[in-house]
Design a protein around this ligand. Structure first.
Ligand SMILES: [Mg+2]
Length: 198
């Protein structure tokens, strides 16, 4: 249960909320658990799956957001990856594109290497880091209802936002065998160039 006494976040609840609430997102998921969970549940959803791009998810998402300002870019980050690239948080805070929604699935663990605790397990609050780096909105969503609420607030008033969603560590298993990286890039670029309103 969350601090507000509601259900706990899960990969399923968080990903379903993003798919349901954000229209035509350009998805940039972190390697490891996030990519595995996204590929398993939404295998045909266009996304820039970052095989091995640890520490760079949010920086790549920033680049996509700046290049395609008319599309909503959803970065599905992990706590370990984000901790490896905190400098990028400051850069996002300076540029703060309104079409960038930075979701952090915080399982307080290095999911790719066996679940060892990350610094968030010892009290580091990534939403506080984002707020200190001048993100216009930086919030923590303790459970599924709070997470949906945060997404709806973003949709109602798009501003560069970080939503940190704590969830229990659970090894989702290996990611389904996805396309080769060169095909992921090709398909994602095609999606970037598509006009969803045409
Ligand atoms: Mg993690």
């Amino acid at each position: 249960m969350s601090e507000r006494g509601e259900e706990t976040n899960t990969y399923g609840s968080l990903l379903a909320a993003v798919v349901d609430e954000i229209a035509d997102p350009l998805l940039v998921p972190n390697l490891g658990t996030n990519t595995a969970a996204l590929m398993a549940r939404y295998p045909t959803l266009p996304a820039l799956h970052l095989w091995g791009g640890m520490g760079l998810t949010h920086s790549l998402g920033l680049g996509v957001a700046l290049a395609r300002p008319e599309r909503t870019v959803v970065v599905l980050d992990g706590d370990g990856s984000l901790l490896m690239g905190l400098g990028g948080v400051a850069t996002i805070g300076v540029l703060r594109p309104p079409n960038l929604l930075h979701v952090v699935l915080d399982n307080a663990a290095w999911g790719n290497t066996g679940g060892q605790p990350t610094h968030t397990a010892s009290g580091v609050r990534l939403e506080d880091v984002a707020a200190a780096c001048a993100y216009p909105v930086a919030v923590r969503a303790g459970g599924p209802a709070e997470f949906v609420e945060a997404l709806r607030r973003y949709v109602a008033e798009p501003r560069c936002t970080m939503v940190v969603a704590p969830l229990p560590y659970g090894d989702p298993g290996p990611a389904p065998r996805g396309p080769e990286p060169v095909l992921i890039k090709r398909d994602f670029l095609a999606e970037c160039l598509r006009n969803p309103r045409a």
